[in-house]
Ligand binder design. Structure first.
Ligand code: SAH
Length: 222
């Protein structure tokens, strides 16, 4: 994928592969260990996921606006969540809640078999579908809808990744997680959110905190 992307959109200055390499090194310094994840940070052209006016800031390790009051997640957080999700071994099916501009989706897509991605703002989803197609990513199925309900049709999922913060882990998502599966989800009110890793064991769920984070809220309903 990377070769193709670099080929058709030769980066200039702040959007070049060299800039992405710098970002990947910074994330490694901050503790990201997964080679696959760092490789994806190098591959995915984040500047194509934000407005052209912000492209020069795309490789700063920061969240940026993507319209509709939403943000593209900070690269460190995307890397950390992806690493935590993949840590338990190979994942066939992953449910993603909060597609947004699709950066997280693009980072994860080559590392799993199939992603099912739910987003409540249809206009965002329309542009994201096209963007991922332009990047030759085809193993993602999208759906406009309410992430609190998950996507029952393809459940259970080996992995669930949620890009917006809920007050509590949505019950439907717990139900749609396969036994042996893992969910990464920010939980808590603004200013006091933490990233949780929820594992489903044969007879119970186990929660581990991965630290403090700051996400837009997982809006109730659509
Ligand atoms: N994954 C994105 C980050 C998106 S920000 C990235 O890689 O940058 C969070 C997204 O969650 C927003 O697009 C927002 O519209 C969406 N969202 C919020 N509440 C939702 C809900 N209940 N169901 C589905 N999507 C939701």
């Amino acid at each position: 994928m990377a070769g193709h992307v670099n080929g058709i959109r030769q980066g200039i200055g702040m959007t070049s592969a060299r800039t992405r390499e710098r970002l990947a090194r910074r994330l490694a310094d901050q503790g990201i260990r997964s080679r696959d994840v760092l490789e994806q940070i190098r591959n995915v052209p984040r500047h194509l996921f934000v407005d052209e006016a912000l492209a020069s800031r795309a490789y700063e390790d920061t969240a940026l606006p993507i319209g509709h009051g939403q943000t593209i997640s900070q690269p460190y957080v995307v890397a950390r969540m992806t690493e935590a999700l993949l840590d338990g071994g190979r994942l066939d099916s992953v449910l993603e809640i909060g597609t947004g501009c699709g950066y997280q989706t693009a980072v994860l897509a080559p590392l799993v078999k199939r992603i099912y991605s739910v987003e409540r703002i249809p206009e965002l989803l329309r542009r994201t579908r096209q963007r991922l197609r332009d990047l030759d990513i085809y193993n993602v199925q999208f759906r406009p809808g309410d992430g609190w309900r998950g996507w029952p049709k393809y459940a259970p999922y080996d992995g669930i990744i949620v890009a917006a913060a809920a007050d509590e882990v949505p019950q439907k998502l717990l139900e749609q997680l396969a036994v042996g599966g893992r969910m990464v989800i920010p939980v808590g009110p603004p200013g006091r959110q933490e990233l949780l890793l929820v594992s489903r064991l044969s007879d119970r769920y186990e929660e581990v905190s991965l630290g403090a984070v700051s996400f837009v809220p997982l809006v109730p309903g659509t």
